[in-house]
Design a protein around this ligand. Sequence first.
Ligand SMILES: NC(=O)C1=CN([C@@H]2O[C@H](COP(=O)(O)OP(=O)(O)OC[C@H]3O[C@@H](n4cnc5c(N)ncnc54)[C@H](OP(=O)(O)O)[C@@H]3O)[C@@H](O)[C@H]2O)C=CC1
Ligand SMILES: O=C(O)C1=N[C@H](C(=O)O)C[C@H](O)C1
Length: 233
Amino acid sequence: MNIALFGYGKMGKMIEQIALNRNHTIVEKIDLDTTDIDYSKIDVAIDFSMPNAAFSNIKSCLEHNIPIICGTTGWLKDYDKAVSLCKEKNGAFIYASNYSLGVNLFFELNSYLAKMMKQLKEYNVSMEEIHHTQKLDAPSGTAITLAEGIIEETDYSGWQLDTANENEIAITAKRIADVPGTHTVSYDSAVDSIEIKHTAHNREGFALGAVVAAEWIVGKKGVFSMKDVLNLS
Ligand SMILES: NC(=O)C1=CN([C@@H]2O[C@H](COP(=O)(O)OP(=O)(O)OC[C@H]3O[C@@H](n4cnc5c(N)ncnc54)[C@H](OP(=O)(O)O)[C@@H]3O)[C@@H](O)[C@H]2O)C=CC1
Ligand SMILES: O=C(O)C1=N[C@H](C(=O)O)C[C@H](O)C1
């Protein structure tokens, strides 16, 4: 497949390595300075850029009839617009806050645990995410997806960064040099605690998942998720 990379930073470079190992060709590497893109030779685009760039990149791809895999976080205020545009253009689009297989299994575990905890009012849920110091957004997209998974299964009404009102999930975001991404969901009562935790050891899992999603989406039409790609539940 001919792949275009929107964003050629830490993730763009890792995706390039994995895509080449899987016999794909990188036909465009688009960064902030790129002025001219030849859409005619692109089979699929993968965007790991910046929160203020993602929606514009998605829009350009959908307008040129290119399927687009977006991993950039921190742009979700425009997500509904991306979905509408994809439907209007009969295009193909996936956004996932986290493309790794491990985190997508962790999302399922999180929902299952939340369903069990719904009746147990003596437990209070909270979340911690830790990432490298270059990360622009907080909380992480993954933490937001985890919070949404809990809200869907319980009576929690929302989430907040740092402090939360009763009935909201408090998310703590820590920034520590070189940490690829660690997420912990905790349920605490007066007598004990239950924790589930996912630790990324490097960025390979994210990059592999994005390339697998790109291989999967070519030839399809619609708005999809990693649940569709991985055939989960
Ligand atoms: N969903 C997932 O599984 C994962 C998501 N992420 C997310 O992916 C994004 C990128 O992460 P990471 O690679 O670590 O970040 P980096 O900062 O290393 O790379 C971002 C790149 O985007 C480039 N860029 C800036 N503006 C544009 C633009 N308009 N069009 C295209 N590229 C642009 C930057 O160029 P320049 O340096 O010239 O400004 C930079 O090279 C983040 O939002 C992060 O949260 C990260 C890992 C996994
Ligand atoms: O910025 C990162 O690095 C990461 N971002 C994603 C997020 O915001 O959840 C995924 C992963 O945790 C790494």
